[in-house]
Design a protein around this ligand. Sequence first.
Ligand code: CUO
Length: 736
Amino acid sequence: MRSKTAATFQSTFSMGLVNMCVYLGLLFLVGQCLAQNALNDKNTLLYLMDRPLEPLFYAKGANKEVLFQVPSEYLSDQYRPFASDLENRFGAQSEPGATAVNIPSMSLPDLSLPKRLRRDELFSTFVPLHRKMAERLVEVFLGMRSLSDFITAAALTRDSINPGLWTFAMSIAMLHRNDTQNVDLPPVSALLPEKFFDRAVFTRARQDINILEGGERIPIEIPRDYTATDVEIEHRVAYFREDMGINLHHWTWHLVYPFGGPLSIVNKDRRGELWYYQHQQIIARYDFERLCNRLGRVKPFNNFRDVLEEGYFPKLDSLVASRVWPPRFENTKLRDVNRAEQELVFTIQDLERWRDRIYEAIHENRARNTRGENVDLSGPNGIDILGNIIESSSLSINTNLYGNLHNLGHFAISIVHDPDHRHLETFGVMGDLATAMRDPAFYRFHKFIDDMFQDYKATQPRYTVQELGFEGVNVRGVEVLSNGGRMNEFNTFWEQSDVELSRGLDIAPRGPLFARITHLQHAPFMYRIQVENTGQQRMGTVRIFMAPKFDERGVPYVLRQQRILFIEMDKFQTMLRRGSNTIERRSTESSITIPYERTFRRLDATKQTPDDQQFNYCGCGWPQHLLVPKGSSEGFPVELFVMVTNYADDRVDQPEPAGCRAGHSYCGLFNRRYPDRKPMGFPFDRNPRQGAETLRQFLTPNMFVADMTIRFSDRTQVRNGTARIQTTNRRGSNVG
Ligand code: CUO
């Protein structure tokens, strides 16, 4: 078994070179060729990322098919004194079928800064010192001149650098290096599952793995309601906050748009604006879910002296730090932070000062750069400049003046239980990009951030009828047809899917290990849009948004309020023939999402085939299973909005994107400009013109709005299985 898998691995290496070696009949050289080839094969990186908490000298891969051998001086301090013993116990003789990959010595640039973070500490991009460490490591990885140098540097640093930091830097480097494009980066939920799954899973996994060795392993079921009870009303939307797919998306988004590091990876087209838009949409989607669950819209956390009412108890373990992730109790207050360990000192007053200065810049429509010059914010790139200031990314025009509001705000909330480190506690989930969206405080804080952007947008000129219109194009109607459902009704329900965990666990013996999670899902559907074109044949951009129709009191929205609740559903180009056009578009084609198979894909480093449909998608994109909000069992009323704009005005001339596809509305296109010239969120990104108090009054002939409902059915469907009626799915109870 093992040697068969090893052969599969070997076959992924360049066959030309292997054949040449065999032809020569120099079997001795074959081994050397293979080892050499491994250093030129980007898939080797996937083996390096396997089981990041386990030392590199353990064989890697599901069947232990690859054995890395690093010079003893690169073993971690803990193992270096036992180098020869380790060679005997874990060397080639112990895994006879495995392919050995010999990592040569190499003189590496100075890595003393990233090495200062102990392996058992937690890494946070929001801590400026950690951020500098990551920037240094990313710089070193990106600076490697060849793929083999990169693989060598990755292998030589793997065991001496904190696994969270190393995985973060590796992921960014692999996403951005030219020679690692199209490597199917493993999702962080597989590498560091501790950040995604209930701690009970790991205890069960350890038991099952020993009891069921060699036998069939049954997926470990994670109850849907495991972090709280319904006594906590915020828990009604925990299915959204704790969804694996959206947390993965958020982590990946920040890897694609890092806020620090070499300029070449930070300075992407409209990245400040996209940061604003992506998080604005997260808040809009969260509010949508809240309204579906009879909760009011999220309140901004804009007064840092107020208590933060919402508590959060994540039930996650940190395998890296061998600790639980700290909770935050209800009604806590932010306090000044003074943590020598992270060389981090700041006060609540600092946050207030930065907030007030940014508001001043917004209301004056100009910001001040480090040379004391005014930078105009009223133009088309004002939102981009502001996004970088607020985040703050390394593109911020003046961090002295505007500070580090967003990043340190995250950290202040995450460390509210021990701001001066007197209890030697580490930060909570708000301090980590992969876990922050689980916490209700994330949405309160980002609602405050979004309000700043909305204040800015209120200073922008309102769109005129001419700017909104498309001469000769009339949208006559829109229908939604859901699989097995009624016309103009979206259908949602629970679904169970299995996720593989084994790559992230340092437990033996090996073999596949699955967690079964319950998540929201919807029946696939199709839009059918009728468009009349009285002009010549031309291209149009179809923009589809959806918003709740009524507010918390059951009163129809005025557009000024409703506009920030619109969630983007899709955006695409279509040819408009002269006369009547019927446009059909499937939900699975949405420009915001990545396919279900991408979120829940099986991971096997030996099966990297560029032909897989899901392989063609990058990790960045909203998960398809959360495209439609939950709705309600009585049918939640929504307004579906369709607009067709002139593609000649929207188009961005650039080469076709190469490599994998992302959900580009929220993620842009890799190495390309954002593929729409309109401001992100158009036409709802600004206040409506005078007289357009309601959505209907806002419509121009190239727009259409239809009333629809989202009907939720409280049943659980097993993926590719039979539907089961379910009323309880809580800790300790089985479904079905
Ligand atoms: Cu994504 Cu605050 O920017 O978490």
